[in-house]
Design a protein around this ligand. Structure first.
Ligand code: SF4
Length: 297
């Protein structure tokens, strides 16, 4: 069954006075022809992998073979624990966790693609941090993850969740929209507020280029996970404060598809444009080639 609109889910949630996560658990159980208990069990396994990737990611101290990443999550987390911070402790923590997972992914650690490996830090970091702030139960976390799933499914069906097809808006942008919806669900927000948070978030990522330096999922990908995780928390708070997206979620996704189709291939994961084509970006590529770290180009 193709899930290409949030509307039937919003209508069901309103009619039955249920949250988005609850509606999605019922949906997944029906699609998989199993019980709600089974799909919840499956999501708990996924959450365990996500938590482990956060724990491992924030421990990384070694730089990657390219020299472009490694150890940044640990630095940001340390900053959240001492001294003054301009953005606030929760923003630092969510950024550190998202960057940690992305660093872990780059070092071949096991992550959950959500929706992709390059954007795998955002959903776990936001869910973990939102749950920590709200002192949420595991049940609420799992519902949050199911809510995020609806956002990912609609983006995938109506547009894309691939950087090579629609640029980074379709990867990090979608992951942040998924995370914003999950954060609202975790705070006890309504289905409408969750989808509205996703719309606010996705609008702010439209047009984002995919321009990985030297073809590696490190620059700009890893830090972008941290930045977008912070934005996802803000999108959730904006929605919960009553701010409404003037463009409904489904239409934002259509806009993302439209923009993705207009994007030149140079900024669709080919590393032929954007940051990959800067003087420093090209220097990284040459250095990696000559060191043998990156032979195939
Ligand atoms: S820049 Fe490209 S490779 Fe990196 S996370 Fe975004 S879509 Fe993925």
């Amino acid at each position: 069954m193709t899930v290409d609109s949030v509307i039937p889910f919003l209508e069901k949630a309103k009619k039955e006075e249920k949250s988005l996560g609850e509606i999605m658990i019922e949906h997944e159980a029906a699609v998989q022809e199993t019980s709600a208990k089974n799909v919840v069990f499956g999501m708990k396994r996924i959450w365990e992998v996500m938590v482990k990737s956060i724990e491992e990611g924030i421990k990384i101290t070694k730089r990657s073979p390219s020299g472009m990443s490694g150890g940044d999550a640990k630095k940001i987390l340390a900053k959240s624990k001492k001294g003054k911070s301009l953005a606030g402790k929760n923003i630092l923590k969510v950024a550190a966790r998202a960057i940690g997972v992305a660093e872990y992914s780059s070092s071949m650690g096991i992550i959950v693609a959500s929706p992709t490996a390059g954007s795998s830090g955002v959903v776990p970091a936001v869910v973990f941090t939102a749950a920590e702030i709200c002192d949420a139960t595991e049940e609420s976390i799992i519902k949050g993850l199911f809510a995020s799933g609806l956002i990912g499914l609609v983006c995938d069906a109506k547009a894309s969740t691939s950087g090579s097809e629609h640029g980074c808006q379709a990867e990090i942008g979608v992951s942040a929209a998924m995370a914003a919806a999950a954060a609202v669900e975790i705070t006890g927000g309504t289905a409408e507020e969750a989808v509205n948070a996703a719309a606010i978030m996705l609008k702010n990522s439209l047009g984002l280029a995919c321009d990985p330096v030297a073809g590696l999922v490190e620059t700009p990908c890893i830090k972008r996970n941290g930045m977008m995780a912070a934005e996802a928390l803000l999108a959730a708070d904006m929605s919960l404060s009553g701010v409404k997206s003037n463009i409904p979620f489904d239409e934002v996704v259509i806009a993302m598809d439209d923009i993705g189709q207009m994007m030149p291939c140079e900024i669709k994961e080919t590393s032929e444009g954007g940051l990959a084509k800067t003087k420093t970006g090209k220097a990284f590529k040459i250095k990696l080639r000559s060191s043998g770290t990156r032979k195939l180009e």
